[in-house]
Ligand binder design. Structure first.
Ligand code: CO8
Length: 257
């Protein structure tokens, strides 16, 4: 499939999605959202893919939803068409996802990154939820995922003032897992993705699901779910290979999937 707003690449077992509307700082429009859905679904179905990296340009991961597309909409347009209801492709992906963020990650761009399992940020990254400056509020998790990631104090600060925070502040408050020099961003993100993709796929998919559930379940339920999932992995080739390789003092070779 050819895409108008994305560049797609496969490197070994890693799928790479590059947002490609550079003139509009990768503003997210309906075409891009539809294409993201197709690209993530393709990678999700593909057993040869073990991890997905999503990135933008050096100047912008994404500067938010496309304001030109949004401006003329009315309540009825957004409500009856359930505007943005399907803009959640990374969150739906069962494969691990890494957002490699350089430059602006604002509004929907920050929300897109937060849907991913890990955010690796370049030292020029800037995160923010500036919707309040447009007379609206975040609509794709900016009040919910951000608060869970960074806590009430920072979330209120960002959501109510619309200010941006830099990569160092984002790492300090737990939004991003690593900050790296801009020139190294893709190397670091790809290395992390390759490492993840080299593990036993059922174990990786299970681990991702379990950590996600930590946000949703009460502790006792989460612990029960984790125990069951742990038991289930003893039915996989990955468990046999991983443990046998340790005992034989060699590197495991996981037959995928
Ligand atoms: N929408 C449309 N076009 C944009 C957007 C955007 N969000 N951001 C930048 N652009 C365009 C500009 O209009 C400009 O185009 P042109 O050259 O044709 O005028 C071009 O990109 C370059 O931008 P600037 O000249 O403004 O570049 P600066 O370096 O001066 O400023 C900023 C960069 C600070 C990022 C600035 O462009 C800006 O403030 N952008 C808007 C940021 C924003 O408010 N984002 C939030 C949008 S609301 C939202 O995201 C709701 C989320 C809902 C969920 C979405 C689901 C995925």
């Amino acid at each position: 499939m050819t895409y108008e707003t994305l560049l797609i690449e496969t490197v070994g077992r890693v799928g790479v999605i590059r947002l490609n509307r550079p003139k509009a700082l990768n503003a997210l429009n309906s075409t891009l959202a539809e294409e993201l859905r197709a690209a993530f679904a393709d990678f999700d179905r593909n057993e040869e893919i073990g991890c997905v990296v999503i990135t933008g340009t050096e100047r912008a991961f994404a500067a938010g939803a496309d304001i030109k597309e949004m401006a003329p909409k009315s309540f009825i347009d957004t409500f009856t068409n359930n505007y943005m209801a399907n803009w959640d492709s990374p969150a739906r992906s069962r494969k691990p996802t890494i957002a490699a963020v350089a430059g602006f990650a604002l509004g929907g761009g920050c929300e897109l990154a937060m849907q991913c399992d890990l955010i690796i940020a370049a030292d020029n990254a800037k995160f923010g939820q500036p919707e309040i400056t447009l007379g609206i509020v975040p609509g794709l998790g900016g009040t919910q995922r951000l608060t869970r990631a960074v806590g009430k104090a920072k979330a209120m600060d960002l959501v109510l003032t619309g200010r941006m925070m830099d990569a160092v502040e984002a790492e300090r408050c737990g939004l991003v897992s690593r900050v790296v020099p801009l020139a190294e961003l893709m190397d670091v993100a790809m290395k992390a993705a390759e490492t993840i993709a080299s593990m036993s796929l059922p174990a990786v998919m299970t681990a991702k699901e379990l950590v996600q559930r930590a946000h949703e379940l009460p502790l006792a339920e989460g612990l029960r779910f984790e125990r069951r999932a742990f038991h289930a992995l003893f039915g996989t080739d990955g468990q046999r290979e991983g443990m046998q390789a340790f005992l034989e003092k060699r590197k495991p070779e996981f037959n995928q999937p």
